[in-house]
Design a protein around this ligand. Sequence first.
Ligand code: URP
Ligand code: ZN
Ligand code: ZN
Length: 466
Amino acid sequence: MSFDTIITGGTVVNADKSEKADVAISGEKIVKVGRNIAKTNGDAARVIDAKGCYVIPGAIDVHVHLALPFCGTTSSDDYNSGTKAAARGGVTTVIDFAIPYGEESLHDAVENWMRKADGIACVDYAFHVAVTKWDRHKDEMADMVKKGLPTFKQFMIYEREGWQSDDRAMFGCLEKCKELDGMLLVHAESPRVLDELIARRHNDADMKKYGAQLHGFTRPNFIEAEAIQRAVKWAEVTGGKLYIVHMSTADGTDIIQDAHKRGLSNVFAETCVQYLVLDDRKFAEPDGHLYACCPQIKKKPDQERIWKGIKKDTVCVVSTDTCSFTREQKAMWEGDFTKIPMGLPGLETLVPLVYTHGVLKERFNMRTLVEKCCAAPARIMGFGERKGAIKKGYDADIAIIHPKKKIKVDHATMETNTDWSPYQGWNLAGFSRTTLSRGKVIVDDYKFCGENGWGKFQPRKSPGKR
Ligand code: URP
Ligand code: ZN
Ligand code: ZN
């Protein structure tokens, strides 16, 4: 038998098992995983030597914003640069958020986002659909699910952007998700108290004295905790599946753990890698405003609590919330912390950061990395038995990672479209030496070599599987 590609001699890591094995690929699919395939099963057009390396499923970043109009500008990574960055980082699928603007319908929003990606994306993509106007959008949800878009998003904040949902909307949306076999993703921050705390510090004297630190001062942990607590209560009483995005606090992690202890298997929580490796002392630095994202990076004890939550499965997914802005865009703040375009680049460094700070620091093993960045994202977001594992029949989405080779992060040499990096100068292992997307090599020797438009929309169903 001949294959298109055989990856030989590596350690294949799935969430449930790690083994020395070869991987045979025909067309876009993995057709065989086992020992000595190359020797006993004939030839292949291409043999990729993975000796001494990990061979992992392509990561799935379930939380990205590419070319997002936000905070008076548009995030600087679009489907071209963003998905090239993804490929270099070993990420082979991204899920963005299709957000309706003004009076747009959910269908309009999805069409807009399809247009941003189609013919441009270099890795596969899918969308969560933001329900920003409950009464207007609720009757479209069934159609979204039918089209392979079963995950919805509501924001408890962002009134200024026209995205905010209240409790009535969240309650209704969770009920609807239960009815439709969908799942609701929630940005949980308590809006009215947050508004009040911002108003108290939004004055010239404070802004002159504290600058970007006010972004952190005005969002104490209880802002996230109260909101998560409330969302969990609505999930408990409706039975709807709830997924808390970008959880950033120890307090939030405790609440989710408590929910699980009470048997609420319909509640999920994700964190983003910046909450694991950056802390709010950054805001006091001269370029502190660059680090503003929402929710903001928190404190060391929060980091440690979330790392533990990952290990114990309180936190089921690590994503990035990629929402890049250049220095020029960030400069729009002009000293006013309420005007900083909020968000950080992330796709290119997700796996390297989790590998370097999670696996190499022995916080958990390689299988846990695969669970949090590949398998759980696939299972929870409804990709079915297609992505997130290196098994027969799955898409040949693969990243080959050298266990020791470190690369110094330098924005100037990265695919990410920013002129700065939160991780500039950090030495990280875990970049993808070779990335395959549905059988096609898109990164070779750490360099992008894929094709614009190779990435395809991936329909999903039945999210929220444990
Ligand atoms: O700072 C962030 N996270 N920007 C994107 C919007 C969001 O809340 O995810
Ligand atoms: Zn958010
Ligand atoms: Zn986001």
